[in-house]
Design a binder for this molecule. Structure first.
Ligand code: UD1
Ligand code: UDP
Length: 373
């Protein structure tokens, strides 16, 4: 048998941890690999809750998060911090996920050392470098360096081929977010007490239609966030609706949302939920209003329509499948689209019953086989 390959997975934010833990579990269970984990700590509390529920103990934790961190200081610290880990560990592969600063700097630090990079969730493109900002550029940078590209869908694979990526390096694997969602759903079935955090709100809002809300995108700071808040205020005037809104810890989000929405009867502004309780929120809501990438993929897997509060999306598959609609951040448009779904059972059913295009829950296994070569 060949010597095991040393794989260093590098991640640092909540969504990366959620999408990487199925792969970490699969690598840990496979003696063809020595699995090492480096977390950057780009996020702290929001990352740690995922590590805890997934039972992941990183070998390296750079603990980099600073309050209201800037992109340049974060990126500089990531590059040097991850570089030091690579020098110490000398892995055979570095695996990064998605499009965060951690993923981009992790890939760049590996490239500087001629260590091959494998990219999970490769090939997502909006075609606009300002939306999402800076993620569209981050993933293009990673795509230009990676030796293996794990595209979640045919659309993503096609985007890479259009950029002249070597076809043999592109593999369609599905998105590990669906593996993670099925894993947490099974875990909650066995341990229902993990997902009882919303019980008081479920009691308070009994009989109302629940809308789950999240937002955090940097390109929505300022006017976009104000538009989203205005839409929530207007939807909250309906007697039959309640909104549960776990507010992202980014201070730019906290200030706007706590400033404009505090005290509204039908709106619960709450701390970020841990992953099991967030899965529960998707389960109990009628629809999700979000600018999140991951939520666009998860909600359809649980049969919930998504209104995407962005100008563009790099996940056109959801729009094409009819599970998601792109509504921007203009309050009139968000209110009109949400009201249409709430008031038209046929429009609602068409979205809720559409097919989830993002994966079958077996992506991590495919990625492990591709890494094994
Ligand atoms: C980051 C990613 C974004 C991803 C998002 C997921 C970049 C440039 N941005 O955006 O792609 O969609 O994570 O949520 O990589 N904070 C805390 N505690 C936490 C997490 C964040 O207090 O656990 C606060 C800190 O003040 C921090 C700020 O949020 O400085 C911003 O965090 P950062 O990771 O830079 O940006 P996000 O908006 O979270
Ligand atoms: N999520 C969570 N708690 C919350 C909100 C979201 O655990 O209060 C999870 C959600 O299940 C999804 C991920 O966080 O998998 C999405 O993260 P985020 O929206 O911050 O980032 P993006 O996906 O836009 O990069």
């Amino acid at each position: 048998m060949n010597a095991p390959q040393k794989i260093l997975t590098v991640f640092g934010t909540r969504p990366e941890a959620i999408k990487m833990f199925p792969l970490v579990h699969a690598l840990d269970a496979d003696d063809r690999f020595i699995s090492k984990i480096c977390v950057s700590g780009q996020h702290r509390g929001m990352l740690d809750q995922v590590l805890q529920i997934a039972g992941i103990m990183p070998h390296f934790d750079l603990d980099l998060m600073q309050p209201n961190q800037t992109l340049d200081s974060l990126t500089a610290n990531l590059l040097t911090g991850i570089g030091r880990v690579l020098d110490a560990e000398q892995p055979d592969w570095v695996v990064v996920q998605g499009d965060t600063a951690t993923a981009m700097a992790g890939a760049l630090a590996a490239y500087y050392r001629k260590i091959p990079v494998a990219h999970v969730e490769a090939g997502l493109r909006s075609g606009n470098i300002q939306h999402p900002w800076p993620e569209e550029v981050n993933r293009k940078i990673i795509g230009s360096m990676a030796a293996l590209h794990f595209a979640p869908t045919q659309t993503a694979a096609d985007a890479l081929l259009r950029e002249n990526v070597e076809p043999a390096a592109v593999h369609i694997t599905g998105n590990t977010v669906i593996d993670a969602l099925y894993w947490i759903t099974r875990k909650i079935e066995i341990q229902p007490e993990l997902a009882t955090g919303l019980a008081p709100l479920e009691a308070r809002f009994a009989g109302k239609r629940i809308i789950g809300v999240t937002c955090h995108r940097r390109e929505n700071f300022g006017g976009g966030m104000v538009g989203i808040a205005a839409a929530i205020q207007r939807l909250a005037a309906r007697d039959d609706v309640a909104m549960i809104f776990p507010v992202h810890l980014n201070p730019n989000v906290q200030e706007v949302m706590n400033g404009l929405l505090a005290g509204l009867e039908n709106v619960a502004l709450i701390e970020p939920l841990d992953y099991p309780n967030f899965a529960r929120l998707i389960g109990i809501c009628d629809l999700m209003l979000t600018d999140s990438g991951g939520v666009q993929e998860e909600a359809p897997a649980l049969g919930k329509p998504v209104l995407v509060m962005r100008e563009t999306t790099e996940r056109p598959e959801g729009i094409a499948a009819g599970t998601a609609r792109l509504v921007g951040t203009d309050a009139d448009r968000i209110v009109a689209e949400a009201s249409h779904l709430l008031d038209s059972p046929s429009a609602y059913d068409a979205m809720a019953q559409a097919h989830n295009p993002f994966g079958d829950g077996k992506s991590a296994g495919r990625i492990v086989e591709l890494l094994a070569g």
